[in-house]
Write a protein that binds this ligand. Structure first.
Ligand code: NAD
Length: 348
């Protein structure tokens, strides 16, 4: 794509950046991203003990704090110029359909973090929302119309997880309207890539299906169980597009307090995703469909008209390319685990 129109960050390389949820997948990648951009003062925070973090980036201050408590948020945000809140109790469909209370309780994290960021005098605050904030009534057909930003209202979000995201979005909008804190709100659509959860119950379809293919090859039992009939459709965004998008959205003054899609618009069915992975793995498996398993909405895609208009950019890593990297990484993790080595992203 041609040059983007985003405002350049006015952040100095020694301004303090706070990243919440940094022991997890996306915030871990974001920490690495800012480290590679030359920022010298990054504070990474997560409730998990340090050995369980998926990535630990050299030179970064790592804090293990539960951010559902106000005082911990205050500690986390001290001196911050920018705060990125990606901490949430979440997982794939298997997790968010089963543990709605845990998902709802993430509202404590954002509620305390945004107040702490405001009180610390932070200049900008980022919140990771989700496509699950969209009205589920619009997602009942696999041949979906892609979701545009205005489709969140009238609200009928995913129970639990989606409603928490909608409410936290509203906090971000009101902190801007009433208190002048510059907030950024990105609605992520299914993010995948290396260093994400690939086992244990919180993993999402790209990682779960990659693991199942690897297990089938390893065991010699050439079959795979797919949740639902596999006709449900989704789009999947590669992690590098996600970190770049977060940076661009956070630093665009036209997007303050304005929810925006951050997702790929390459729609595939879950059955097609399995075929892509089989091709990467050079294997063909017998497919079984578990019609009682969680399957989520029938179809969901990201309408990228708005992001392309404002930033002149959109996530564009082809699914086949991103999946090849993801599959290779999970294969390595699987081998490490078999050899008795620790693999935090697979050991929940
Ligand atoms: P993740 O589970 O890998 O990371 C989230 C991290 O937050 C975890 O490391 C967890 O320990 C931490 N956390 C949970 N509760 C906490 C607390 N009380 N205090 C401090 N840390 C806490 O998930 P992810 O995929 O990296 O997601 C990051 C953000 O993006 C989340 O807000 C999620 O809802 C959002 N999101 C992700 C996707 C996706 O496809 N991965 C899609 C839409 C939205």
């Amino acid at each position: 794509m041609s040059e983007n129109k985003t405002a350049k960050s006015t952040l100095s390389k020694d301004d303090l950046i706070v990243i919440a949820g940094a022991g997890g997948f996306i915030a871990g990648a974001l920490t690495r991203y800012f480290g590679e951009q030359g920022f010298t003062r990054i504070r990474a925070v997560d409730k998990k003990p340090l050995p369980e973090w998926y990535q630990r980036v050299p030179g970064v201050e790592n804090l293990s704090l539960d951010l559902s408590y106000r005082d911990n948020c205050k500690r986390a945000c001290e001196g911050a110029v920018e705060v990125y809140n990606l901490a949430a109790d979440m997982g794939g469909m298997g997790f968010i359909e089963r543990f709605r209370i845990e998902c709802l309780r993430s509202i404590l994290i954002n509620t305390h973090m945004i107040e702490a960021a405001y009180r610390a005098g932070a200049e900008r605050y980022f919140f990771s929302s989700s496509a699950c904030a969209y009205n589920t009534e619009l997602q009942k057909d696999p041949n979906v119309r892609a979701l545009k930003e205005s489709d969140a209202y009238p609200a009928m979000a995913e129970r639990g997880y989606g409603w928490e995201k909608l409410m936290s979005e509203m906090f971000c909008q009101e902190y801007w309207a009433e208190r002048g804190l510059k907030t950024a709100i990105a609605r992520f659509h299914n993010v995948y890539g290396p260093h994400g959860t690939w086992d244990g119950g919180r993993e999402k379809a790209p990682a779960a299906l990659s693991r199942k293919v690897i297990e089938a090859k390893d065991s010699g039992q050439y079959e795979i169980t797919i949740w639902g009939d596999g006709n449900q459709t989704r789009s999947f965004m590669y992690i590098d597009d996600c970190t770049q998008g977060i940076d661009m959205i956070m630093h665009c003054d036209d997007l303050i307090a304005t929810p925006i899609n951050l997702g790929s618009s390459e729609l595939v069915s879950i059955n097609e995703l399995v075929s892509i992975i089989e091709e990467i793995a050079r294997v063909r498996l017998e497919r079984k469909h578990d019609l009682d398993a969680p399957r989520g909405v029938a179809g969901r895609n990201s309408d990228n008209t708005f992001i392309e208009q404002v930033l002149n950019w959109g996530p564009d890593t082809p699914l086949r390319d991103g999946m090849a990297k993801t599959y290779a990484w999970i294969e390595g993790q699987y081998a490490d685990r078999k050899a008795g080595k620790p693999t935090p992203a697979g050991d929940h």
